[in-house]
Unconditional design. Structure first.
Length: 191
C-alpha cells in the first residue's frame, strides 16, 4: 500500500496560493515548538527569534516544495535547523570563537532546576550537530524517524542512527539513564 500524503498538504496548498488564514494556522500551530527547538539549538532566545523569522520567510518562499511525506511542522523543523546552522557559521565566523559557548547562553531561559538545565545545554553543545538535532526532534519533540530524516535531509535509517548515537552521547555526558532522557527538561518547558 503506497504512503498517502500527510493531511497538511491541503493546508500547504492553500498557503502557497496566498491564503492568509492558512499561513496564520501554520504559524500559530508551529511557532512555540519551533522557537523552543531553536532556543536549545542556538542557546540564545533573541537570536532564536531572528532565526525563527528567517525560517518562516524561507517557508513562504518554498512552501510549494512541501510534499506531505511528514507533517508540515517537521518540514519547517528542517528549514529551522538549516537556518540555525547558517547562523552558527556566521556567528562563529564573526567572533572566531573568542568566547566559550557557555558564556553566550541566555540565562533567562526558564529551567526547572538551573544546574540541570545548564548541564543539559553543555551536554547538547558537545553532541555532534546531526545527533543533537535528531535527539531534539525525535525524543523531545516526538517526531517519527521518517519525519526526522526528512527534516535532516537523510533517510529514516540514518535518522534512527543519529538519534541513537545522540542519546548514547548524552547519557555518557550526563551520566543519565534511559528514563532521564525520555522525560527531559525540554518537555517540562512545553516542547
Amino acid at each position: 500500500m503506497p504512503d498517502t500524503p500527510h493531511p497538511d498538504v491541503e493546508l500547504a496548498r492553500r498557503a502557497s496560493q496566498g491564503d492568509d488564514a492558512a499561513w496564520r494556522t501554520i504559524y500559530t500551530d508551529t511557532r512555540e515548538r519551533l522557537f523552543a527547538l531553536l532556543s536549545y539549538h542556538i542557546g540564545n532566545r533573541d537570536e532564536a527569534l531572528d532565526v525563527l523569522q528567517e525560517t518562516y520567510a524561507g517557508a513562504v518562499r518554498n512552501i510549494g516544495r512541501y510534499r506531505g511525506d511528514g507533517s508540515l511542522e517537521a518540514w519547517l523543523c528542517g528549514i529551522a535547523l538549516r537556518r540555525a546552522r547558517d547562523w552558527k557559521r556566521r556567528f562563529l565566523g564573526r567572533f572566531k570563537q573568542t568566547e566559550t559557548l557557555e558564556g553566550r547562553h541566555d540565562q533567562s531561559l526558564p529551567q526547572p532546576d538551573p544546574d540541570s538545565g545548564r548541564r543539559l545545554r553543555q551536554a547538547l553543545e558537545q553532541v555532534p550537530e546531526r545527533q543533537r538535532s535528531a535527539v531534539l526532534l525525535h525524543v523531545w519533540l516526538g517526531y517519527s524517524y521518517k519525519e526526522v530524516g526528512e527534516a535532516l535531509g537523510t533517510s529514516e535509517a540514518t535518522a534512527r542512527v543519529h538519534a541513537h548515537r545522540g542519546r548514547e552521547a548524552l547519557r555518557a555526558l550526563l551520566g543519565s539513564s534511559e528514563e532521564d532522557l525520555e522525560s527531559p527538561h525540554l518537555q517540562e518547558q512545553k516542547l
